[in-house]
Design a binder for this molecule. Structure first.
Ligand SMILES: Nc1ncnc2c1ncn2[C@@H]1O[C@H](COP(=O)(O)OP(=O)(O)OP(=O)(O)O)[C@@H](O)[C@H]1O
Ligand SMILES: CC(=O)N[C@H]1[C@@H]2OC[C@@H](O2)[C@@H](O)[C@@H]1O[C@H](C)C(=O)O
Length: 379
């Protein structure tokens, strides 16, 4: 079956689209990437999404308009990725997260709330391809975090016979999937959660330090000229999110502009390069801390994916913090690190289409496994 996976993540850098040929069933499946491409948002739309994501007020008519403009961009991405190919059978569209609040039972919030814009019915209408969207809602209705959803797909694509692996996505936010070896005689439980900031703080800091001239630290070259302040990183690591046990998930609400401003205050004595090195080290240290604190044992291999896999300095810092593990990218084991999440939403749509539950309750905290996503047929 030919499926298009679409996602724009918390970095809001554009829509990742993957055209994928999928066969098999359940965890026993093959997913071959035929084409992957990123379609940037128009600058004004990107700014508006970032504003809403940072908590700016928006009226209902403006929200409806934003939803449909995002859906139109997603539909265009789907149409573009399948140009020169036979028409796809199905679209799995994650949409654009603009708000994510996990359940918080101690404060009376029994159910989480997560909002992805770019409604599936509009995408089905514009592309004339059946579309699955709103993947997080069913898990949340069962008391789950609604995130991360990619771990079962990682299990299908990356579980190794003899090596314990972690797949570490580093997008705006970082999240891991722990995959014990199939032959393991010890624990066999797949685990996963959000480790904390990925590139989000780095992007915001680079924009601040370059007065808007740069949007990200290409290959970590700027940070690599500085030295991380380990005392500050250790101090930040004591924060509640990093110390809290899984299940847990987070977003721009927690690690956005306001968080950066506190970091800037704490790091006011550092020069620009040292600040970037310190923030990069924070991302690496939160990943290592999470593994050392909450996994039954460290994995043999860490497979990095997402935009952070293109940051050599960050990768080097992760290897330093996890010297016991071999740090690779998913490219090294045959799956494109830039499009893994888009591929994952194609797989989740395929599972929905074939009535296979898409969440892992041990990851999200939901009370049981459930079908993920709403199917919109061609109107
Ligand atoms: N060559 C590069 N060097 C350094 N960083 C890079 C490079 N390419 C991409 N990035 C970083 O990766 C980010 C985008 O990553 P990605 O597309 O995986 O995020 P996302 O999908 O939006 O996030 P999430 O997984 O949290 O939903 C960019 O904002 C940038 O910080
Ligand atoms: C609410 C939301 O959009 N969460 C994203 C975000 O980006 C990375 C991390 O935080 C992860 O939890 C999730 O995305 C991936 C696709 C997931 O659900 O697995």
């Amino acid at each position: 079956m030919r499926v298009i996976g679409l996602i724009s993540g918390t970095s809001v850098d554009g829509i990742d689209a993957a055209l994928v040929e999928i066969s098999g069933s359940g965890f026993d499946l093959q997913a071959e990437l035929i084409k992957g491409a990123t379609y940037p948002y128009p600058a004004a739309l990107q700014q508006q999404i970032l504003g809403v994501g940072e908590g700016e007020a928006v009226s209902m008519p403006d929200l409806a308009d934003l939803d449909d403009r995002i859906a139109a961009q997603f539909a265009q991405a789907a149409i573009a990725i399948q140009a020169h190919h036979p028409k796809a059978d199905l679209i799995g569209s994650h949409g654009q997260t603009v708000f994510h609040r996990p359940p918080d039972r101690r404060n009376g919030l029994q159910l989480g709330y997560s909002m992805q814009l770019g409604r599936g019915e509009a995408i089905a209408h514009l592309t004339q391809i059946p579309t699955v969207s709103n993947f997080r809602a069913a898990d949340i209705a069962l008391g789950g975090q609604g995130a991360p959803l990619v771990p079962p797909v990682d299990a299908a694509l990356f579980r190794h016979q003899t090596y314990d692996r972690c797949v570490q996505n580093i997008g705006g936010i970082g999240n891991l999937t722990y995959l014990p070896a199939k032959d393991s005689e010890r624990s066999t439980k797949i685990l996963g959660w959000d480790t904390g900031p990925g590139n989000m703080l780095l992007d915001l800091a680079v924009q601040h330090l370059s007065n808007g001239e740069k949007t990200f630290d290409d290959n970590g070259a700027w940070a690599a000229t500085g030295t991380p302040d380990r005392t500050l990183v250790d101090h930040w690591l004591q924060q509640a999110y990093f110390q809290a046990p899984p299940p847990k998930s987070t977003g721009r609400e927690h690690f956005g502009q306001a968080y950066l401003e506190q970091c800037l205050l704490d790091a006011r004595d550092l020069n620009a390069a040292d600040l970037l090195a310190t923030l990069t080290d924070l991302t690496a240290a939160t990943i290592a801390h999470s593994y050392k604190t909450f996994l039954p044992r460290l994995p043999d291999q860490v497979l990095i994916c997402g935009g952070g896999s293109r940051n050599a300095y960050l990768k080097q810092r992760i290897q330093t913090h996890l010297s016991e593990c071999t740090v690779l990218t998913t490219d090294d084991v045959g799956l494109n690190a830039d499009f893994k999440e888009a591929i994952a939403f194609a797989v989740l749509a395929y599972w929905r289409h074939h009535h296979f539950p898409g969440n892992l309750p041990e990851v999200t905290g939901a009370t049981r496994a459930v079908f993920l996503g709403e199917i919109y047929h061609v109107p």
